[in-house]
Design a protein around this ligand. Structure first.
Ligand SMILES: [Mn+2]
Length: 356
């Protein structure tokens, strides 16, 4: 297991690489280029610049999150071929730069979604909250505006303004895309790019939908064991793999995370693990918590034990943390609580290794 930490770059993160370097056991950051429009190929020079910056701080850049997929690919429009060619270019360049894993998602229109970005827990810390009763009645356009204005001045990953400009138009186009169609569009994409991944040794790791159910009538397919199984079989190659996000899949209590880790881990299809906790409030309503098992509804010991049992050699990172100790950062992505999360996960890992 290699412990990593998501970082948004020199210009768009409150956290410095020098600070990340001091987290015990850290090997690298999970980075991305945020100034390349979705659909364009990532230029080699910019990738190398990022790599140099990260490596100068004593850290590795072996995982990218995310290389976003152009909406035309998800919609299966004729224009997708041009964007798929660009995507292949990004994969080749990232491979040349030593990147081993690309995390991506295939969620229509919206990336992750919450009803509140700073919900106060009794101890005064702030967390992200998802209340299905609010989401089901909200106008998605209004929601996008709220997300943009309540994020402490940072852009939120997946909610970049340029992606959301033509929202109404995109909604209209999705009327003809159901789950089967979305699966076949994903298959088309994977069949085209996986040979390139095999050639340059870069593994694709799809992130589950967050939350793992349909929103605003849009189809969602990366949601449960059955669909994950269908997904890895779309193209039967170890390069067609998963980012197993405990918090995203775990917000549906029917998803047994340790079982999923063992099942897909034994198949060699988990390349990246997002490990975090959430607390169920009621059906389809939950909030995020510290990583500690007793603070939430997921058992972190059992999750890490599953990774230990499959002898996991891939990358792990803590996921969203609480906002604590007065920190002002991008919601979910502060330094302090994610560093605490790493220390805790490392502690579990050390115990598991010594008890084995
Ligand atoms: Mn995640």
């Amino acid at each position: 297991m290699k412990m990593t930490f998501r970082w948004f770059g020199v210009n768009d993160d409150s956290i410095k690489l020098e600070q990340i370097r001091q987290i015990p056991g850290i090997t690298g950051v999970v980075g991305a280029l945020y100034d390349v429009p979705v659909g364009d190929a990532w230029p080699m020079q910019k990738i190398l610049e990022l790599k140099r910056t990260v490596e100068n701080a004593g850290l590795e850049l072996e995982v990218i999150e995310s290389v976003n997929i152009h909406e035309d690919i998800k919609l299966g429009l004729p224009s997708r071929d041009k964007y798929i060619e660009n995507y292949k270019g990004s994969i080749r360049n990232l491979g040349k730069a030593g990147v081993k894993v690309i995390c991506y998602n295939f969620m229509p229109v919206f990336d992750w979604l919450r009803s509140e970005l700073a919900w106060k827990l009794p101890d005064g810390s702030e967390v992200l909250y998802y209340d299905n009763n609010i989401i089901k009645d909200v106008d998605p356009i209004k929601l996008v505006e709220d997300m943009a204005t309540n994020s402490n001045g940072f852009s939120l990953p997946g909610w970049e303004p340029y992606r959301l400009k033509e929202l109404k138009d995109t909604f209209e186009k999705y009327k003809s895309v159901d789950e089967d169609k979305l699966f076949s569009n994903l298959k088309y994409f994977l069949e085209n790019i996986i040979p390139v991944c095999e050639e340059v040794d870069v593994k694709m790791a799809i992130h589950p939908d967050d939350p793992p159910w349909s929103l605003f009538g849009l189809p969602r397919i990366v949601t449960n064991k059955e669909n994950l199984e269908r997904l890895v079989k779309l193209v039967d190659s170890p390069y067609n793999g998963l980012t197993l996000c405990s918090g995203s899949l775990g917000s549906n209590p029917e998803n047994n995370i340790p079982e999923l880790v063992r099942y897909f881990g034994k198949m060699g299809r988990i390349h990246f693990g997002h490990v975090r906790n959430i607390k169920f409030v009621s059906e389809r309503t939950f909030h995020e918590t510290s990583h500690l098992s007793s603070d939430g509804s997921l058992d972190m010991f059992e999750i890490m034990k599953a990774y230990r049992d499959i002898d996991f050699k891939g990358y792990i990172r803590p996921d969203h943390g609480r906002m604590i100790w007065g920190e002002k950062a991008r919601p979910g992505y502060g330094l302090y609580d994610r560093a605490l999360g790493i220390a805790y996960l490392n502690g579990i890992w050390e115990s598991l290794n010594k008890m084995a």
